[in-house]
Design a protein around this ligand. Structure first.
Ligand code: NAP
Length: 259
């Protein structure tokens, strides 16, 4: 299926690894010119080279912290008029809410709620003028089904979800859609990092913890960044203009409900 987005320009945040990288690869394969960012320059440049080798759209890499105003400005300077915006950043740390002070909450809200909101604010009017825009926020399955130890994530991402629910109905008549993509367990460094903590707690190896978790998912495995990227690219397609304000859960069926 030709997604009809070759030649479009995309900003893909936090994309040197994991889910962001998966999205950048899938978009570039469709012929989209991608501007990717991450904080560590080395891995970012390696990823940029790997995406260039796919022979799709052009790749621009900006080393920055997307949760800062300077970082967002650097990305917007590199790609001032994006047609596609993929919002992503690292997730907040796990813990007990009794230990979190105001600064912990401000940092989570900055990363996982305000950063995507400010990037939407900076880009959405241009998309409306050009009559094409696709915005995808990478959030989490935790928005639908809270994860006890990830209270900072549950709270901050729910705030973004509420904001998007409202604004996405105001932009769609201009062919600008805003949707959220909710990952369940995907095999990335972030997930493996969580297993490290659990393996120390349970006295099991990281592989044993991973195998147990994978077996407990209805799919019997974790998702891949490639699957995530392909779904993201479809949401960004020309064909997906009638879909807005949705929360697409990709979790292998782990969230158990009839609808
Ligand atoms: P990952 O494999 O650890 O990759 C994170 C990427 O984001 C890296 O490229 C990292 O590069 C970049 N990054 C992190 N903080 C950044 C910042 N402040 N500014 C710019 N770049 C930044 O993580 P992932 O698994 O892809 O997760 C992506 C998002 O999905 C996270 O918010 C995570 O909480 C959420 N999520 C993931 C899963 C899962 O199963 N994987 C499930 C639910 C939710 P640098 O470190 O060099 O900046």
């Amino acid at each position: 299926m030709d997604l009809g987005i070759a030649g479009k320009k995309a900003i893909v945040c936090a994309a040197s690894k994991g889910l962001g990288r998966g999205c950048a690869e899938s978009l570039a394969r469709e012929g989209v010119d991608v501007t990717i960012c991450a904080r560590s320059e080395g891995p970012l440049n390696e990823t940029a080279d790997a995406i260039r080798a796919l022979d799709g759209g052009a790749v621009n890499a900006v080393a920055c912290d997307i949760t800062t105003e300077e970082g967002r400005q650097a990305v917007l300077d590199a790609c001032p008029n994006p047609d596609i915006l993929i919002n992503n950043a690292g997730g907040p740390p796990p813990g007990d809410f009794r230990d979190w002070e105001r600064d912990d909450w401000i940092s989570a809200v900055d990363s996982n709620m305000l950063t995507p909101i400010f990037l939407i604010k900076a880009t959405v009017d241009g998309m409306i003028e050009r009559k094409f825009g696709r915005i995808v926020n990478i959030t989490s399955g935790a928005v639908k089904s809270p994860i006890e130890i990830l209270g900072l994530s549950n709270g901050a991402r729910a705030g973004l979800t509420g904001f998007v629910a409202g604004i996405s109905r105001q932009t769609v008549r201009h062919n600008v859609t805003i949707n959220n993509l909710l990952p369940g367990p995907f095999d990335t460094d972030r997930l493996r990092g969580n297993f490290k903590v659990q393996s120390e707690k349970l006295g099991l190896s990281i592989e044993e913890v991973a195998a147990k978790r994978a077996a407990g998912n209805p799919a019997g495995r974790f998702g891949t960044a490639h699957e995530f990227g392909e779904m993201c690219a479809f949401i960004c397609s020309d064909q997906a203009g009638f879909m807005t304000g949705q929360n697409f859960l990709m979790d292998g069926g782990a969230f158990n409900s009839t609808m």
